[in-house]
Write a protein that binds this ligand. Sequence first.
Ligand code: MSP
Length: 521
Amino acid sequence: MKEAFYITTPIYYVTDAPHIGHLYSTVAADVRARYERMLGNDVWFLTGTDEHGQKIQRKAQERKVTPQALVDEVVERYKDAWKDFEIQYDDFIRTSEERHHRTVRKYLAELIEKGDVYLAEYEGWYSVSDEAYLTETQVKDGKSIESGKPVELIREESYFFKMSTYAERLREYIEKNPEFIVPETRRNEVLGFLKQGVRDISLSRTTITWGIPMPESKQASKKHTVYVWFDALTNYISALEPDKTPEKFEKFWPEAHHVIGKDIIRFHAVYWPTFLMALGLPLPKQIIAHGWITMANQKISKSSGNAVDPRELAKKLGVDAIRFFILREFNFGQDGEYTRETMYQRINADLANDYGNCISRVASMIAKYMGDGENVVDIDGKASNLAEVCATAIPAYHQAMKKFLFHKAIEAAWTIVGAVNKCIEDSAPWALAKSQDPADKSKLHRVLWECHESLRIASVLAHPFIPGSSVKALDFLGSRQSLDSQSAMKDLKWGSGLKKVTVSKGAPIFPRLEWDKEDVG
Ligand code: MSP
């Protein structure tokens, strides 16, 4: 049965072009979305940009442009990057859009009406960089302990949300639903926050103008702008336009999977669910928090000056190589250290040598030793352990994909590639080809057919990660049709690919990269 599957990325602050950290969340969501589509499921994949708040307002001032001009310019850099990286999103939301404003204001009006929002004064710390209110215990030496970003003291009239009312219900929910927040380390962290006690949070600012105006109220002495995190989180629903397309909202919202970085876990796993509880809406299905890509053990970010431009990398190394590298090299739930050297090594070892080279070798041996018309093999025969390797790898791959353990999924698919390489070495087709014994000829055909079938399976499994190159590989193998089915992943069975093997020639799929220490661009 076709299942609905909704997946989101964080919406990114449009202060500057995306870096490799932003790409990480986006490729991860894209890979899972592609995988679900290949299972035949009904997928909705949302990404977008977070365009309001003090951070953007300040950046615009610095650049002497209006906030609108800034966001209009930078959003294009995100869209261009996602296009380069073949991100197949279904919708792109900008929080400056009317559909978003409409939903944010409607929900706030509902919360006020319900009595979950009250007017008071906020006096305390605020980190503009994180757009976060902080308590005394979260601040040390003028900086947020968690993010290391500077904080400033603010004092202003503010609307507050009665978050404390919902904290216990949320704690119980998390306890009862172990899969709600993954990985477990992050779940424990959230339970830890809740244990410390939850305070009501400020929902509006009076000193910020770049944002969504709060619904009017006679009690307020000034004009209020909606706190940027309430604004931002609501994007996951406003994009579905529950007022205009309620069927779409009802179908996808309960199936929501939020892919985020661990830096924004508190907003997604405490603020967002309590807002939803107050609004009487279902909670998302899952929050998946990945680790940071670091350089010299520091989170990569524009403000640290260590940002890596993924588009520049892709120009040199290829889009698929970068997509593959970030999801293979790092364990999705944990931090991972980025170095150019490990990147080159990983791409050369896994893609150029093990995979690309293997495809070329098998394709050229088939062309050489199994000319057209001669390649009918005994389908029931067996010349290697490759069928068993695939039978173990496929379920391991599915299990890992369902758990967002991308590195494990690739590892599983690559056990097939490794086994094919070994099978070629062990069976030495070039020697079999020289033999005059008809049994050797039959074995030769069978071996090559098994290698071919295994590489077909590995390429279909690799498709969500390396969409362009896996298609090239399947073209080489004459097996492009393996992707045609609406449920290509589900239909993936040993022997279902081909009865007759035809191959074509072409340039290497992943040319070997020359590692150049001086090359730091
Ligand atoms: N606008 C908020 C998110 C609102 S979601 C309702 C925001 N934006 S951001 O531009 O700062 O991007 C944050 C996300 O980018 C992180 O949560 C993470 O997913 C990704 N990353 C940014 N830097 C990263 C690394 N160095 N490593 C891994 N991911 C990183 O926060």
